[in-house]
Every structure is written in structure tokens, then in C-alpha cells.
Design a protein around this ligand. Structure first.
Ligand SMILES: [Zn+2]
Length: 509
């Protein structure tokens, strides 16, 4: 929201905030739509039906462009390729990609400025911060082209669900658009330019949720785009109240979608969930189609490899580390970037008939919902973002066992200065409220939990829905999984599930 000046926005009355949102929406609309967006949209509508060979030919054409550009204008790649005795002529086919090393998040952090193209004017690039899978702070740049491409992919995902630009949509993602200290409705703002209602992801509690649902009904929204945890909170609340809110689609992104979440959301919103996955690094974009047989990999967006620990491709149907090459960001190219998540490849063709291949289960971060002292349920990402602007943090984890206190566990590459520590505590307080105590604990390592998942947010505080109480998310999911494993439905192996996450989010429109 850099056009607005977030601090000024936060102090304006609601009607002015709506006007600012309209103006901001109009500016962003210019940035993401236009002749190039139209061209890409028309192309994507055709290319989704391409054969695998045609899609690969397209990828190789783009790969040659981006590698030549990186070699000529990006100091980091020039050094790496010169060091290996490679020139762009050596990287012409998909099979040539393994000649280049995998780019780790650590290498990106150590070479941020040297990964930016010297040929693209800096003021034409958009700077973005990413908290990343392991809670490490990073920033990156996007050029205009990748902005159009990302938006065209986002709207293809929505079209697969029957949603067009201009349809009234509810969004519950991203930056806090309603100040935390606000205690009365409206807990939403309206972006007239996009016909989108932006609902606050940080005011979800039993007293407030009826206002959310009433406004969604009043506005006649046909779809919801939200973190899985936010959509889940609304759905669980409706379940406790015996309510429904029929929509055409719910889009989820940025966090893993658990099976318990999908079930309750689909039940209460009377529609299917379309899960999507992407990252700020813009190397990969996937989403479900109307058949929900897994995630389609958007091959036009990037090249995806699934690798084992030795860096070799894994066999079809097995799980590998996800490594992506973005095909559209010439401002800061990411070539063979290790995303930090694992996913399984799939050889199955989707019933929809599209040529885009399917990806199986994404295994990644696992997060609980945080509970504030006044009962507000906070999406984990909103708080995890507090870490992203503090340098020197290698890994972070938030622990909560009572609503009044959270512990931030940190692995650091160097001790944080007193002012960095203060910044961090303030960032967290801005998201959780000043009454929550924040303890910082330095540790040598944050181990993975069961099923090899890195848990960035762990809360053991139970969740209350009107008169009923459930365990926090992961306990709930584990219980449901144990039940499924004990008693699998006929013919369906218990381990076939779908899911997805992304640190950048498909739904940042
Ligand atoms: Zn499909």
C-alpha cells in the first residue's frame, strides 16, 4: 500500500479510507491490467490446452531468453556461469538446466543486489519483502512483465472457478486494512475500482463475525479469497450457529490447506475450495481446476523441478524438493530456485483435459491460529510477517500456550541489536495488541516436527465458537487423520489428500 502511506491511512476516517482504497485500486489496476495483460490472458486461454510438448517448447523459448539476459546483465549469474565455463549457448533445452547450480535462499540473501539486472531501470522495479518458508527476511524485485503475468494467471485460476473480473469478491488477505484498535464495524473497506470488499483478517472474533457475514450477504459477494485459516474461522462459526453463506467459490492461498479446513469451508459456503500456491519469488504458480484432482502446474509461468537430496530428479509420484525457474521476471531472475517446500509429482492426467500437468500433495509449513486475550483469532501469517523486516533472523517460530503471552524463538546469524529487538517486539505488538507479552528466546536450531514439517506458529490454546470449543488446528487435523487412517473410506487410501501453500500468495490482487 505504498501509494497510500500506511501510517496516514491508518488515521483517516472510514469514508476517506474507502476513497484512498479506490484510488489505490485504480493505480494498481493500471499496473496489472492493460494490453499486455490482455495478450497474456488470450495466450493462457489457449496454452492451457497445449500438449506437453508444446508447453515444453514454450518453456525452452523463454528459458533461452532469461538465461541470455541473466548472463549479460545479472552480475551473480555472470560469475556463476563463468566459473563453470558456461555460456547461454550451453543452456538451450530443459535437459540443460541441471548444468546450473540450485539457487538457495541463503545464496539469495547473500547476493541480493547482485541478483538484480543492471539493464532494467531500478525505478521501474517493485520492491517486495518476503518472510519465506523458514521465516528468514528477504527482499526482491519484480518487473512490470511479471506483474502482468502473475495477474493473468490469478485471473485464469478465478475463471476456472467461474469468476470474472468485476464480480463482487470478498478478500481477506494481506496487509491490515482496518486498524487493530478499531472495535466496531465496518471491519472491511471497499475497493470500487475492482468491486472488491477487503475484509480485515485481524478482527475475527465471535462478536465481530456476524458483521462480516452480514456485509458479505449485503454486498452479494460471489467468492471469497482468503487464508485457509480465515475462511475456516468463518465456516466454523457458521457451523456453530447453524448458518450457511452460499458462494460460487472459495479461493485459498499462502498457507497449507488442511483437510479439516476444506471440509468445513465447502460445507458452510456451499461451494468448492480452489486452492492455489505461489511465492514472492515468482518461480511457480499452481492451482486446482474445477475437477479438484490436484494442483495444475502453470508451465507458462515457470519451470518446475522436483529433486531429491542429491539434486537428482525424483521418480513420478514421489516427493521431492520444489525447485523453480521463473520465466517472466527480467528485473531479478530466479533460476533453479529452491523454494523450500516439498511436493509430489504426478503422472495422472486431469479429467478436465488441460495439458498442464498435475502436482500432488504439497508438504510444507504447518501453522496454528493465534488466540488473542479478547478472543480474536489471528491468522498465523499476519503475525509471522512481523519478522520479515528484521535483518539477521535465520529462522523463527512463535509459541503460544496462553492468550496473554507469546514466545518468539529465534535462530540468528548474529545477535540482534537492542533496537532490532525493540522493532520486532513492536511489530508483533502491532499485530497482537499491546496487552500481549512478547518473550524472545534465542535457540541454536528449530527442529522439524512430525512428518518433516517446519512449524512456524504453534498454539495449544483451544478455539471457541459460540458455545462450542475445538482444539487448535493441528491437533484437530491430527485427530481427523488418525480417524481416517483407522477407518479409511472404501477404495481410497488414507494418504491421498491435496493441499497447498505459498509464501507470496496467489490472491494478492
Ligand atoms: Zn484439471
Amino acid at each position: 500500500m505504498e501509494y497510500l502511506g500506511e501510517r496516514i491511512y491508518g488515521h483517516c476516517p472510514v469514508p476517506i479510507q474507502n476513497l484512498l482504497m479506490w484510488r489505490y485500486g485504480s493505480l494498481i489496476r493500471k499496473e496489472r491490467f492493460g494490453p499486455e495483460y490482455d495478450r497474456l490472458t488470450a495466450f493462457l486461454a489457449r496454452s492451457e490446452w497445449f500438449s506437453l510438448d508444446e508447453l515444453r517448447a514454450y518453456q525452452e523459448e523463454r528459458l533461452r531468453l532469461i538465461v541470455a539476459h541473466a548472463y549479460e546483465t545479472v552480475p551473480y549469474y555472470r560469475e556463476v556461469m563463468d566459473g563453470l565455463g558456461l555460456t547461454p549457448a550451453d543452456i538451450r533445452r530443459l535437459d540443460d538446466l541441471p548444468k546450473l547450480p540450485v539457487l538457495t535462499r541463503e545464496a539469495v540473501a547473500a547476493n541480493l543486489e547482485r541478483l538484480v539486472s543492471t539493464a532494467v531501470p531500478r525505478k521501474s522495479l517493485k520492491k517486495v519483502h518476503s518472510a519465506g518458508t523458514t521465516g528468514t527476511s528477504l527482499y526482491m524485485f519484480w518487473d512490470a512483465a511479471v506483474g502482468y503475468m502473475n495477474n493473468a494467471c490469478l485471473w485464469r485460476e478465478r475463471r476456472w472457478a467461474g469468476i470474472e473480473f468485476g464480480d463482487p469478491i470478498a478478500l481477506m488477505l494481506g496487509r491490515p486494512i482496518v486498524p487493530l484498535r478499531q472495535t466496531k464495524p465496518p471491519f472491511w473497506r471497499y475497493n470500487r475500482s475492482w468491486n472488491q470488499y477487503l475484509f480485515s483478517p485481524i478482527h475475527l472474533k465471535n462478536e465481530n463475525i456476524p458483521h462480516y457475514l452480514a456485509q458479505m450477504r449485503r454486498a452479494g459477494v460471489v467468492a471469497l479469497d482468503a487464508y485457509p485459516t480465515s475462511a475456516y474461522v468463518l465456516a466454523r462459526f457458521m457451523e456453530a450457529e447453524g448458518e450457511y453463506l452460499p458462494l460460487k467459490a472459495v479461493f485459498t492461498t499462502s498457507e497449507p490447506l488442511l483437510e479439516v479446513e476444506r471440509e468445513v469451508i465447502e460445507d458452510r459456503f456451499r461451494c468448492r475450495v480452489f486452492d492455489g500456491y505461489s511465492q514472492s519469488e515468482r518461480v511457480m504458480f499452481t492451482s486446482e481446476c474445477e475437477k479438484h484432482a490436484g494442483h495444475h502446474i502453470y508451465m507458462e509461468y515457470g519451470i518446475t523441478e522436483f529433486l531429491d537430496d542429491d539434486g537428482d530428479p525424483v521418480a513420478d509420484g514421489t516427493v521431492g524438493r520444489v525447485v523453480g525457474t521463473g520465466l517472466h521476471n527480467f528485473g531479478m531472475p530466479f533460476i533453479r530456485y529452491d523454494v523450500g517446500d516439498t511436493a509430489s509429482t504426478s503422472k495422472d492426467a486431469c479429467e478436465c483435459g488441460r495439458g498442464l500437468p498435475l502436482m500432488g500433495d504439497v508438504a510444507m509449513r504447518a501453522e496454528d491460529v493465534l488466540v488473542m486475550p479478547d478472543g480474536t483469532l489471528m491468522p498465523p501469517l499476519m503475525v509471522a510477517r512481523a519478522f520479515k523486516l528484521v535483518p539477521g533472523i535465520v529462522r523463527s517460530q512463535i509459541l503460544q500456550s496462553v492468550p496473554e503471552e507469546i514466545t518468539a524463538r529465534l535462530v540468528v546469524e548474529r545477535p540482534l541489536s537492542a533496537s532490532d529487538e525493540e522493532d520486532l517486539v513492536r511489530n508483533i505488538a502491532e499485530r497482537m495488541g499491546p496487552e500481549v507479552r512478547v518473550r524472545i528466546e534465542y535457540v541454536d536450531d528449530i527442529p522439524l516436527t512430525g512428518r518433516n514439517k517446519y512449524r512456524r506458529v504453534i498454539s495449544t490454546v483451544p478455539l471457541t465458537w459460540g458455545g462450542t470449543t475445538t482444539a487448535n488446528l493441528y491437533e484437530e487435523e491430527d485427530a481427523a487423520r488418525r480417524k481416517r487412517e483407522d477407518d479409511p473410506p472404501d477404495g481410497v487410501p488414507a494418504d491421498i489428500r491435496s493441499g497447498g501453500t505459498g509464501t507470496g500468495g496467489n490472491g494478492d490482487g
